[in-house]
Design a binder for this molecule. Structure first.
Ligand code: TRP
Length: 317
């Protein structure tokens, strides 16, 4: 089981860091994928109008990535009211201090000030645990930034099972070797930094974005030797052009390869790798997305109902 917030059109960091890994895992495991709109509400309560289009776009990108909706259960969080009910029940046993000490909570408060310190936002990691536990997931593929949430989730499960008897499954984080996908400015690719290349970008837009990337500032003329280790274009080559990395390192360092050619190759490779995904995205019937999500919600709900019934029986309510 894994989840993503409905932040709209997804980018290559989402694709290489999460979606492509989900596709691989879904061939091996029974898979639940959730678009977490309640989670979006915890921070976007002033811009709730963005949520519905964001759900549609991210669902399209997930399907374009190769997720087969017959095999995987793809659904929107708020279509499962059982999540809200189980969140309320579990909130009774989660000490406030556990939530307050979550690193992401402390970071967000530091970054955004007190405004975000709502009751709902404090409960973010509890809601994430409910997402996971309600479908009885054993493994949760996530990035490193989510590890503290999974760890807290495990503590909540242990506490529940200790208080009410063995009921919930303790999930494990599945950390895979996610590549570090740089944005066009060299920082981590992120929608909020405005440095993203989107899954849905076409070849021309992708090429233009890569051409605009900064390289080693000391490499001014074509034949100047460069330092690939500080160059974000070189990092992108690792993601889409791994077999050529040793040659590019050599040719950049000696000055044999200029940045313009290096970027062209990178853009070409990236566009080639993304072609099947982009073709699939263009061929998906947008009206079918709602149907997929409805069907996914129905399938997820049947598991969720049964878990919630177990939880209520354990608590005797
Ligand atoms: N918190 C995750 C993020 O910000 C998204 C998410 C919500 C999630 N529910 C989840 C991830 C359940 C894994 C499992 O990216």
């Amino acid at each position: 089981m894994s989840g993503v917030r409905p932040t709209g059109r997804a980018h290559l960091g989402n694709y290489f860091g999460a979606f492509s890994n989900w596709v691989a895992l879904s061939r091996e495991y029974e898979t639940y994928l959730e678009i977490a709109d309640y989670h979006a509400l915890t921070t976007a309560f002033e811009r709730t109008g963005d949520i519905a289009p964001g759900i549609h776009d991210v669902a399209l990108d997930i399907l374009a990535s190769g997720i087969d909706p017959e095999r995987c259960v793809l659904y929107v969080q708020s279509a499962l009211p059982e999540i809200a009910e189980m969140h309320l029940l579990l909130s009774m046993i989660v000490p406030v201090a556990w939530l307050q000490r979550t690193p992401t909570f402390k970071d967000q408060i530091a970054a955004l000030g007190g405004e975000i310190a709502t009751y709902g936002f404090l409960g973010y990691p509890l809601m994430q645990l409910v997402d996971i536990a309600i479908v009885r997931a054993t493994a949760v593929p996530v990035g490193r930034d989510q590890l503290s949430h999974i760890e807290l989730g495990r503590e909540i499960v242990r506490r529940f099972n200790h208080l009410f008897g063995p009921t919930l499954v303790e999930p494990e984080a599945l950390l895979s070797a996610f590549p570090d996908v740089p944005g066009t400015d060299g920082r981590k690719m992120s929608k909020s930094y405005g440095n993203a290349i989107d899954i849905a970008d076409d070849d021309a837009v992708t090429t233009k974005k890569i051409r605009s990337m900064l390289t080693d500032p000391q490499k001014i003329r074509r034949h100047d030797p460069g330092n690939p280790d500080i160059c974000p274009v070189f990092k992108l080559h690792h993601v889409v052009n791994a077999e050529r990395v040793p040659v590019i390192r050599e040719e950049c360092s000696t000055g044999a390869l200029g940045c313009v050619d290096c970027k062209s190759e990178c853009a070409e490779r990236l566009n080639a790798v993304m072609k099947p995904v982009r073709d699939r995205r263009a061929s998906i019937d947008p009206a079918g997305v709602a149907r997929v999500l409805r069907d996914g919600a129905e399938r997820a709900r049947s598991v969720a109902r049964s878990t919630l019934a177990d939880v209520k029986a354990a608590i005797s309510i």
